[in-house]
Write a protein that binds this ligand. Structure first.
Ligand SMILES: NC(=O)c1ccc[n+]([C@@H]2O[C@H](COP(=O)([O-])OP(=O)(O)OC[C@H]3O[C@@H](n4cnc5c(N)ncnc54)[C@H](O)[C@@H]3O)[C@@H](O)[C@H]2O)c1
Length: 250
């Protein structure tokens, strides 16, 4: 099936590794030109090198999604190299788990800012380019945790907030042929979850409770990103696609 992504320009935040990296490779395989961007310089260099070695058209830009100046530079670099941005995946994010009674303001702010302010800054920076082209795809990586997980009030609030952001943005941008959708992954085996002190318990619970009895893979999310980025999904906007192997509640 032709997804209509040949030549499209895609920026995926936090794409030095994990789900974002898998998304870049999946989009590039469909013919998109891609921008690796991450707060980690080493991860950007590594992933860009792998993409270019595989024969794909890719640039790398180190940027913190919470830093307005760095985000503007990211979009300027993408525009200078590829002429504009067609697809933005707001993927950068992390957890700082603690029960609320013990959660510091720093733990709250760092998670909420990266997920919500990051999405605001990156989306605002690419919208002029998309509006000018009368075509755009914004995909926000939420989480099944938007339904609530103990120890994740910061993360759950931010991921639920991202769904509200998506729906409001969809209402604003539909007339410009720009869609905005969210993806809510379940347990996907990446460095992020492997670093959690609760990793083994979460992994075993996922295996025991997932209707599709396996762990999620970065490519499961990347495939959903490709579909929502494509011409085939042009009439879908404001939606949240759960990619969880069928599991909803904890
Ligand atoms: N892995 C899962 O089970 C899972 C489930 C649901 C949602 N998610 C979400 O998917 C997204 C990707 O997760 P992952 O599992 O691939 O994580 P990961 O830790 O493997 O990758 C996240 C990347 O984001 C980068 N990053 C962090 N803060 C940043 C910032 N301020 N600016 C730019 N880059 C930054 C990190 O350096 C890292 O390379 C996250 O938003 C996460 O919340 C993951």
């Amino acid at each position: 099936m032709d997804m209509g992504l040949q030549g499209r320009v895609a920026v995926v935040t936090g794409s030095g590794r994990g789900i974002g990296k898998a998304a870049l490779f999946a989009l590039a395989r469909e013919g998109a030109r891609v921008v690796v961007t991450d707060i980690s310089e080493q991860a950007v260099t590594q992933t860009q090198t792998e993409l270019v070695t595989a024969g794909f058209d890719a640039i790398g830009v180190v940027a913190d999604v919470c830093n307005a100046g760095q985000v503007e530079q990211l979009v300027a670099n993408a525009t200078e190299k590829f002429g504009g941005v067609d697809i933005l995946v707001n993927n950068a994010g992390f957890t700082r788990d603690k029960y609320l009674a013990k959660m510091s303001a720093t733990e709250w702010d760092s998670v909420v800012d990266t997920i919500l302010k990051g999405a605001y800054l990156c989306t605002k920076a690419v919208l002029p380019s998309m509006m000018e082209r009368q075509w755009g795809r914004i995909i926000n990586i939420s989480s099944r945790a938007h339904l609530g997980n103990p120890g994740q009030t910061n993360y759950a609030a931010a991921k639920a907030g991202l769904i509200g952001f998506t729906r409001a943005l969809a209402l604003e941008q539909g007339k410009f042929n720009i869609t905005a959708n969210a993806i809510a992954p379940g347990f996907i085996e990446t460095e992020l979850v492997k670093a959690l002190p609760t990793y083994e318990r979460l992994r075993d619970a996922a295996l025991a409770r997932n209707p599709v009895p396996r762990l999620g893979r970065p490519d499961d999310i990347a495939d959903a990103i490709v579909y929502l980025s494509s011409d085939r999904a042009g009439y879908i906007t404001g939606e949240t696609l759960h990619v969880t192997g069928g599991r909803y509640s904890s």
